[in-house]
Design a protein around this ligand. Structure first.
Ligand SMILES: [Zn+2]
Length: 176
C-alpha cells in the first residue's frame, strides 16, 4: 500500500521561483513532489539538519538550556539549533553553544545522529557533538531563557528524544 504524503505539501501552494500555482504530483521515481507546471521547479521536502551539544563541567554536570521558543518552549534541552547553510556541523555546534550559553567550546567527538519527529518540519536529523569548554562565562542568550549545569542524577525532563538519546549514549543515564 502506498502512503499518502500529500500533507507534507499542505502549505506549499505556489512556485517560489515564478509564483505559478504548484501541482502535487509524482516525479519520475514515483515520489510525490511539488512541481511547477510553468517553469519546472521541483519542491522537495527533506529532513532538516540540526546540531545538539553534550557538554559537562569539571564536576561532570551537564549543560542544559531552558527553551524560550517553540517547539517545546519552557522545557530543558541540550543547547541545539538548526544548521546554517554556510557552516559545517562542527562550526554550527561551536556557534550554538556560545549563542545559547555564553560558553566557548571545542568539539571532542561526534556522538552520532538521531532521526526524529518535529511538529514543525515533520522530520529532523540531529547530529550530536561532545564538546569541552574552552572559555566564556555561563549566561543564557539568544533563544535560551536560562542556561545551567545539572548533576546527572538531578536532570529535569528533557524536551527532545534526540537529546535523551545523546545523553544516554554519553553517560548511560536515561534522562526523564
Ligand atoms: Zn515556477
Amino acid at each position: 500500500m502506498k502512503l499518502d504524503h500529500s500533507f507534507l505539501y499542505n502549505e506549499a501552494n505556489f512556485c517560489q521561483r515564478c509564483a505559478n500555482p504548484l501541482l502535487l504530483k509524482e516525479d519520475e521515481e514515483g515520489k510525490l513532489r511539488g512541481i511547477c507546471p510553468n517553469c519546472g521547479f521541483v519542491l522537495y521536502r527533506n529532513p532538516i539538519p540540526a546540531v545538539a551539544i553534550f557538554c559537562q563541567d569539571e564536576e561532570s554536570r551537564l549543560l542544559l538550556v531552558k527553551r524560550k521558543l517553540e517547539p517545546q518552549a519552557g522545557w530543558w534541552a541540550l543547547p541545539s539549533g538548526y544548521m546554517e547553510i554556510f557552516m559545517t556541523p562542527e562550526q554550527n555546534a561551536v556557534a550554538e553553544m556560545e549563542e545559547e550559553t555564553g560558553l566557548k567550546g571545542a568539539v571532542e567527538h561526534c556522538i552520532g545522529w538521531y532521526y526524529g519527529f518535529s511538529p514543525i518540519y515533520f522530520r529532523v536529523l540531529s547530529i550530536g557533538f561532545h564538546m569541552k569548554i574552552t572559555g566564556g562565562t555561563l549566561m543564557a542568550g539568544d533563544d535560551a531563557e536560562e542556561a545551567e549545569f545539572f548533576h546527572l542524577n538531578e536532570l529535569p525532563p528533557i524536551a527532545f528524544d534526540a537529546h535523551k538519546y545523546f545523553i544516554k549514549k554519553e553517560t548511560g543515564i536515561r534522562a526523564p
